[in-house]
Design a protein around this ligand. Structure first.
Ligand SMILES: Cc1ncc(COP(=O)(O)O)c(C=O)c1O
Length: 451
């Protein structure tokens, strides 16, 4: 059995954990351990954390009047420049400091729109991060382009900028960095390579709402940035997405593409004059998003403060390495990840560490796996269109090069993550997490021996 969990599988796991445990009230005092508390729960000790974790997503009754108004209006579909969707676009652009925003049906369609507008075409190559949700691979394949992976930096879990240039060919059109778990990529370095080789930069900011790099928000750092508002996200509307950017012309082109090719703003023409599809967001999704702006801002600060506390505590424990962030940046923390070194835990394998943490009342799981070996890319390589577009020699070299992603392999094997809503708990719960890891570390030899 694979020892990692997919993100959605992880969320299901965490939610199931919360269902059987009751969330402690704010009145809970500092953690007090019984005499046997030093012993891990798996060895018969008391769990470090006895409460559950905040549930996600949240619904507030106070949102209902406004959302019901939209539902009762019968005007659900976006058409024209009024209604909740354009209101949301203006507000999201303002919150991010972007020039403009386009709302879309999902993060996937936001990325597809951005790649289309940046002229990624059949037979092109896109350099992306392999440590990401599979949608990032799929949008490149959907453009009939080749997803070429830069390696992952084990210290940051994001794209290693030093590994981009060697991947560039005369077909490379775009770099697609992913601010994974809401941790900003090293954008200065990435943008410098892009500028040197005249490549577009599309940020996958689908997990990076309000993530910040050198004073600017994720989604405003490349040519275009893409967000997801899917159910598990920090600002969810079931499904939903957005493209943001600093160029009105580019976002207007995105608008035309997402609306069946109709003319929009600076992208002038007659009727449906350009290639386009229907990737529109609906007004009641936008109404739901508009209700959550203040909540997102407050919760982001809460997650960040708790993450700082966790980093300070966890990095003292040998074998636990929280991810390094670029200087002067703030993560959104969609997951709180750290790398785990079993050597420092008497050889306790990662899946056993995770089991021990879960027994302590701390839900956690592995990160992404080496998904490029799961069949998706072999399917593309074997397809008639890819053979025609890239030729057997290029495809063989491409397939072989997947073995060279050493940094990513290490990251896939050693990363552990905790779900974002856990960071919304109170400070004492963060101390419980640190205590759980300390206990496991202290008793790792016994845990490694236990079945
Ligand atoms: C990094 C990343 N990229 C792209 C997507 C796709 O977004 P959506 O699920 O809204 O289509 C997601 C969503 O989970 C994501 O996490």
């Amino acid at each position: 059995m694979k020892s990692y969990l997919t993100r959605r599988g992880f969320i299901r796991n965490a939610a199931a954990g919360s269902a059987v445990l009751t969330w402690l009230s704010a009145r809970r005092g500092p953690t007090v351990f019984a005499a046997d508390a030093g012993k891990p729960a798996l060895l018969g000790g008391t769990p470090a954390h006895k409460g559950g974790w905040p549930k996600w997503p949240e619904w507030r009754e106070s949102w209902e009047p406004d959302i019901l108004k939209v539902l009762r209006s019968g005007v659900w579909c976006r058409a024209g420049s009024t209604g909740r969707v354009p209101e949301f676009e203006d507000a999201w652009a303002k919150l991010l400091g972007a020039k403009k925003c386009l709302a879309t049906a999902s993060g996937t369609t936001a990325l597809m729109t951005a790649l289309h507008v940046m002229n990624v075409e059949a037979g092109d190559e896109v350099i992306l991060s392999p440590f990401t949700f599979i949608a990032t691979y799929n949008v490149v394949l959907e453009a009939d382009a080749l997803p070429v992976f830069a390696d992952t930096d084990p210290a940051t879990l994001t794209m290693d900028p030093a590994t981009i240039e060697s991947r560039i060919t005369d077909r490379t059109r775009c770099i697609l960095p992913v601010h994974i778990y809401g941790m900003p990529c090293y954008m200065d370095e990435i943008n410098a390579v892009a500028k040197k080789h005249k490549l577009a930069v599309v940020e996958d900011a689908c997990q990076a709402w309000l993530g910040e790099y050198k004073g600017r928000k994720c989604g405003t750092l490349g040519d275009l940035g893409c967000f997801s508002f899917q159910n598990s996200k920090h600002i969810p509307s079931g499904e939903g997405g957005a493209v943001t950017g600093m160029s009105e012309e580019l976002i207007d082109k995105c608008h035309s593409f997402h609306n069946c090719g109709r003319a929009f703003g600076t992208n002038k023409g007659r009727g449906s004059f350009t290639h386009g599809l229907n990737y529109r967001m609906m007004h009641y999704q936008a109404a739901l998003l508009l209700q959550q702006f203040d909540k997102l801002v407050k919760e982001t600060a809460h997650r960040q403060a708790n993450a700082d506390h966790l980093i300070a505590g966890l990095k003292q424990i040998p074998g636990i390495a929280p991810a390094r962030l670029p200087e002067n940046s703030r993560a959104a923390w969609h997951l709180f990840p750290f790398r785990y070194d079993p050597q420092q835990f008497n050889g306790l394998p990662r899946d056993k560490f995770i089991k021990a943490m879960n027994a302590e009342g701390v839900s956690c799981g592995g990160g992404y796996s080496e998904q490029y070996f799961d069949g998706l890319l072999d399917e593309a390589i074997a397809s008639r269109s890819f053979k025609r577009l890239f030729g057997a020699k290029r495809l063989k070299a491409y397939r072989d090069s997947l073995q060279e992603l050493k940094g990513n392999k290490l990251v896939c094997q050693t990363t552990i993550g905790m779900y974002q809503s856990m960071l919304l708990a109170e400070r004492s719960a963060m101390n419980d997490i640190i205590e759980a890891v300390r206990k496991i570390h202290a008793h790792s030899a016994a845990l490694a021996k236990a079945a």
